[in-house]
Write a protein that binds this ligand. Structure first.
Ligand code: C5P
Length: 243
């Protein structure tokens, strides 16, 4: 068994790859997922697919043994986000995210809302969207340099009892230094060395990202568009193990 995808303490597989299910409907998603194995990956469902299919697809994929990252990036008043996270916990998902810019009270309310669930979802925060530049931040009244703002919001998430953040793998090493090891860093923008970069600009390979301190890697097109998705997934897992 690959030691990187097997947690010896819990005796459960702990795959590092989260596949982004960026499909428009249930049919295409189910056809794609049929080729995968839940011991080798987790799955991310975002706004597009969730809006089209709702919770029933999440339940269906969990029944097949997959752990789900519900990537809906909640951002609302504390009570509303807390209740949304409670609904996600009742659904039984593995990971849920929200915007750290919703503030400490919002994140604390979310953490409290799921605290008593036996298998509670892990809660992570989006700091600054990687699509945003310093100019975009200035437009919404934030003069702080992007990296400083990312760190500030990561620390706020940590002090609000969240389990981690979504960030660029490029920021992972710096964040690890500043916030320690006991915090999840979930990183998109990953491309195997052999792949095209698509519309991602500052990419890292899976092994570089893990070495920089990423806990889990969100990967979409290099697997979803591959001729043989299972082989692409296994190659990525092997590339991490080889390192
Ligand atoms: O296909 P690709 O590997 O680029 O997909 C990456 C996934 O991660 C997509 O679902 C994308 O929306 C998401 N994502 C990202 N960059 C972020 C946050 C999320 O690429 N900063």
């Amino acid at each position: 068994m690959n030691p990187l995808i097997f947690d010896t303490q819990s005796q459960k597989s702990d795959p590092k790859i989260i596949i982004a299910l960026d499909f428009p409907n249930e049919k295409q998603t189910v056809e794609f997922v049929r080729q995968l194995n839940p011991n080798l990956c987790r799955l991310k469902i975002g706004k597009e697919l969730f809006t089209a299919t709702g919770a029933s697809l999440v339940e269906k994929l969990m029944t097949q043994g997959f752990e789900i990252f519900l990537d809906l990036k909640f951002h609302d008043i504390p009570n509303t986000v807390a209740n949304a996270c409670r609904s996600a916990a009742e659904l039984g998902v593995w990971l849920v995210d929200m915007h750290a810019s919703g503030g400490k009270r919002m994140m604390e309310a979310a953490a409290n809302a799921v605290a008593n669930f036996q298998n509670r979802p892990k809660l992570i925060a989006v700091t600054v969207l990687t699509s945003m530049t310093a100019d975009d931040l200035a437009e919404i009244g934030i003069q702080t340099p992007v990296q400083q703002q990312v760190l500030k919001l990561a620390q706020l998430a940590q002090h609000s009892d969240l389990d981690g953040i979504v960030c660029s793998a490029q920021e992972a090493a710096l964040l690890r230094q500043q916030i320690g090891n006991d915090f999840l860093l979930v990183t998109p923008g990953i491309r195997p060395a052999s792949n095209q970069t698509d519309d991602q600009r500052r990419t890292m390979t899976p092994l570089q990202a893990i070495n920089a301190g990423s806990s889990y890697l969100v990967i979409g097109r290099p697997i979803t568009q591959a001729k043989n998705p299972l082989q692409a997934l296994m190659d990525i897992n092997n590339s991490i193990q080889a390192g």
